[in-house]
Design a protein around this ligand. Sequence first.
Ligand SMILES: Nc1ncnc2c1ncn2[C@@H]1O[C@H](COP(=O)(O)OP(=O)(O)OP(=O)(O)O)[C@@H](O)[C@H]1O
Ligand SMILES: [Mg+2]
Length: 240
Amino acid sequence: MKTIIELRNVHKNYGKIEALKGISLSINEGEIYGIVGPNGSGKTTLLRIICGLIKPTRGEVRVLGLNPYVYFDETRRYIGYLPEEADTYDLLSGFEHLHLYAKLYNLNTEDIKYGVELAALDNRIYDLTRGYSKGMKRRLLLALVLMRKPKVALLDEPTAGLDVHTSLKIRRAIKKYVKETGASVIISSHNMLEIEEVCDRVGLIFKGKIVAEGTVEELLRKYSARNLEEVFETVTGEVS
Ligand SMILES: Nc1ncnc2c1ncn2[C@@H]1O[C@H](COP(=O)(O)OP(=O)(O)OP(=O)(O)O)[C@@H](O)[C@H]1O
Ligand SMILES: [Mg+2]
């Protein structure tokens, strides 16, 4: 299997705060990897480092063989990033967003069609996004990231704050995308139950360290647990 993302002993300090304390990871082509941990455990920092937006204090990062911080423009062509706090332009419709991105990234009408399908907003795609609910905006933002078919998609809490139904739609869209394109995806979340369902492999992150990693089945077996929350409790000694 081809390795697409590789991290070796990555540390990140913000002044005295040690946000990441030696993260090593290897993510394959066509894999959906879940990075799961509580608030402040380092998920966003990790994704921003893989994206090349921030420089690790120590350690090595490779995305498709390149250091994303040094080769930012080159790697960014292959990376789609959905930030935690992304928002839309109030006075543009969903459809106009798709067109704007298509222009920015040189995409064609087929790609826009794909974006419309991914957003799954039906006729509401023509409404101004200021009238969208949180879930509708998140779906549109995800479509904007995936419509340009990135080889690597980094999705920071794609379903945070969304209801079960909307979360399900988003998860299905991600799975479908990977099936169709063979891309590698990292999804961060603090919702352990949700991650179980969508990810091929999971890394539990706690205080800047990966404390357990494997397929959900492997982790449940290893820790004699019924779900990832129980694994987390056992590994960290803390109630999640
Ligand atoms: N720009 C920054 N300056 C200083 N400290 C930061 C900065 N960004 C993150 N941190 C700290 O680094 C640690 C990890 O933060 P990070 O945002 O990566 O966690 P997270 O797992 O994404 O949390 P959440 O689930 O709340 O989004 C926290 O202690 C946070 O306060
Ligand atoms: Mg975060």
